[in-house]
Design a protein around this ligand. Structure first.
Ligand SMILES: C[S@@+](CC[C@H](N)C(=O)[O-])C[C@H]1O[C@@H](n2cnc3c(N)ncnc32)[C@H](O)[C@@H]1O
Length: 253
C-alpha cells in the first residue's frame, strides 16, 4: 500500500490491514475444538439464513455454510474481506453499529471475537443484531476472557493486551448482562478452554512491531505464579503454551 493510500484509510482500517496479512496463520482462528463448539451451540439447520458479524477471513462462516441455507458475512474491513475466497457466501462491507438490514431477517447471527473491538457503541451493535433476528432466532457470541477472575490476573491481562490493541476486557457477567439488555432471553453461557494456545504463533502473526511482540512474550515468560497457574502455562522450546478461557453466549429473540 502506498503512503498516499494509507493516509486515506481510517485508523481502524490501518489496524485491520496490518492484522489481515497473516491472520489465517493464527492457530486459534482454525482451532477445531473452538469451531466445533460454535457449531454445536449454534443449533444450525438447513433452512436457516445466517449473518456472520465481523466475518473477517471467513473461517467461522465457511464452517457454518454446509449446515444452513445461506451465510452472509458482514465486516468493516476491506483488508480482512479481501483475504479469502468467498464462493457461496454473500458479503457486506459495513459497520455493525449502523443500521442496514430490516428487522426480522436472520435465523442466526454469529460473532466470534468481534465485540471486544467495539469500543463506542456496543449496546447499539447488540440492539442492531437483536432487531435483525427473526423472532425465535438466536445470537451466538464467542469471546475470550482473562484466564481467571482474580483481580491481579485480570490486571495483568489488561496490561498485556494494552501493548497489543485498544479493546474491551469482558467478564461472563458483563456479556450476559449486555445480551439481556439488548432484549435477548433464554441466555446460555458456555465455557470453552482452548488448550496449548501458542503465544509465539499469536505474536508472530499479530501484525505488531517486533518490539511489542518481544515485550508481550517477556510479560508471559516473567508472569507471576498466579498468571502462570491460571493459564496452566508451559514453556516449551522458547514458546509459551497456555490454556485460554473462552465463552460462547447464546441468546434468543
Ligand atoms: C478478530 S477478527 C474475527 C474474525 C472472525 N470472526 C473469526 O473469528 O475469525 C474481528 C473482525 O471484526 C471486524 N470488525 C471489527 N469491528 C467491526 C464493526 N464495527 N463492524 C463490523 N465488523 C467489525 C474486523 O474487521 C475483523 O475482521
Amino acid at each position: 500500500m502506498s503512503a498516499k493510500a494509507s493516509r486515506r484509510r481510517s485508523p481502524k482500517e490501518i489496524f485491520w490491514c496490518k492484522r489481515a496479512e497473516h491472520y489465517d496463520k493464527l492457530y486459534w482462528v482454525r482451532d477445531k475444538s473452538y469451531l466445533d463448539a460454535i457449531i454445536e451451540r449454534g443449533d444450525f439447520r438447513k433452512g436457516q439464513v445466517v449473518l456472520d458479524v465481523g466475518v473477517g477471513t471467513g473461517t467461522v462462516a465457511k464452517k457454518i455454510k454446509p449446515h444452513v441455507k445461506h451465510v452472509i458475512g458482514l465486516d468493516i474491513s476491506d483488508s480482512m474481506l479481501s483475504r479469502s475466497n468467498w464462493e457461496g457466501i454473500s458479503l457486506v462491507k459495513w459497520d455493525v453499529c449502523q443500521r442496514l438490514f430490516d428487522k426480522n431477517v436472520f435465523d442466526r447471527i454469529v460473532a466470534r471475537m468481534v465485540f471486544h473491538h467495539i469500543l463506542d457503541d456496543l449496546d447499539g451493535a447488540l440492539k442492531r443484531c437483536f432487531d435483525m433476528l427473526k423472532p425465535g432466532g438466536k445470537i451466538i457470541i464467542a469471546e475470550g476472557l482473562p484466564p481467571s477472575d482474580d483481580p491481579g490476573v485480570v490486571k495483568w491481562y489488561e496490561g498485556m493486551f494494552a501493548l497489543k490493541e485498544e479493546r474491551r476486557t469482558f467478564t461472563e457477567r458483563e456479556l450476559y448482562e449486555r445480551v439481556a439488555k439488548a432484549g435477548f432471553r433464554n441466555i446460555a453461557v458456555c465455557r470453552h478452554i482452548m488448550h496449548g494456545f501458542s503465544v509465539r504463533n499469536w505474536l508472530a502473526n499479530s501484525g505488531l512491531p517486533k518490539e511489542a511482540q518481544h515485550k508481550i512474550m517477556d510479560m508471559h515468560m516473567n508472569a507471576g505464579d498466579d498468571v502462570k497457574g491460571a493459564y496452566g502455562m508451559r514453556i516449551v522450546g522458547g514458546d509459551c503454551l497456555i490454556n485460554t478461557r473462552n465463552v460462547i453466549v447464546i441468546g434468543e429473540k
